[in-house]
Structure formats: structure tokens, C-alpha cells
Design a protein around this ligand. Structure first.
Ligand code: ZN
Length: 149
């Protein structure tokens, strides 16, 4: 029951303690979102998620990707060709001397995955996401064609 931890560096962006994150997230989610981990390919149940709905940030709930933009990239990670407007931010990730573009939630800034320039049209981009960083909310109202456009 020793729940008092010396908080060395308070998290920026979202006002939660490390302990709160640990309590609310699964260990795998915590590892990906908080520690920039990458889940093992093929481990996310979201790979097989094909229902219409919304993929949201597992940390803060912000909608990130519509199921329409999900495609099977064959990588073993949930992949999308387009995020919602303003839903994600990117930064240059020079880790391991590989030029990758890191993708994070624009709201809570938690790490989501990476984006690569080899995706399908119309964007040509491949957002390679950690399933553990996402939360899927199935579309609830099938009546009256919720299809956009
Ligand atoms: Zn978020």
C-alpha cells in the first residue's frame, strides 16, 4: 500500500501522475504510451477490427482515426492512411539513426506510432499505430446511414 512515490518529473500536457497512468492503462498500454515502446507485431486485437467506428487515443479518448481509413498493411500493426484533422502531431524521430516520423496524440501528446510515406492513395501515407495506444469505439447507430460524404 505504499502509494506515495517521489514524483521526480511531473508529466506535462496531461495532469496525471505516473501512478494514475499505471492504474488506468494496461501494462502494455503504459509501455507504449508513456515509454515510447513498440508492441510486438500482430499482438493487437485491433489488427482484426473491421467494424465501422472510431479509433481513439487510449490515454485521453480523443478521436484519432475513422475505421474508413484503416487498411491492412500486412505489418501486424493497425494502419491508417489518414488521421482526423488535427488529431495527431508529428515530430522527427532520430532514434537508432533511422529517420522516422513519430506520431503522437495532439491532445495529450502520448506516443502512438510512426508515419511512413509508403501508404495507399489518396494520401500515400501509412500511419503505423500501436494497437495498445488505441481504443476502438464501434459505431453505435446503424440506422439511417451514418456514412459521411
Ligand atoms: Zn491522447
Amino acid at each position: 500500500m505504499s502509494s506515495q512515490q517521489p514524483s521526480a518529473s511531473p508529466p506535462s500536457g496531461v495532469e496525471k501522475t505516473d501512478e494514475e497512468w499505471r492504474r488506468e492503462l494496461t501494462p502494455e498500454q503504459y509501455r507504449v504510451l508513456r515509454a515510447h515502446g513498440t508492441e510486438r507485431a500482430g499482438t493487437s486485437p485491433l489488427n482484426a477490427e473491421h467494424r465501422p467506428g472510431m479509433f481513439r487515443c487510449a490515454a485521453c479518448g480523443q478521436p484519432l482515426f475513422e475505421s474508413d481509413t484503416k487498411f491492412d498493411s500486412g505489418t501486424g500493426w493497425p494502419s491508417f492512411y489518414k488521421p482526423l484533422d488535427g488529431a495527431v502531431g508529428t515530430s522527427n524521430d532520430g532514434a537508432y539513426n533511422m529517420q522516422r516520423t513519430e506520431v503522437h496524440c495532439s491532445r495529450c501528446r502520448r506516443h502512438l506510432g510512426h508515419v511512413f510515406p509508403d501508404g495507399p492513395q489518396p494520401t500515400g501515407e501509412r500511419y503505423c499505430m500501436n494497437g495498445a495506444a488505441l481504443d476502438f469505439a464501434p459505431a453505435s447507430a446503424p440506422s439511417g446511414s451514418a456514412k459521411k460524404e
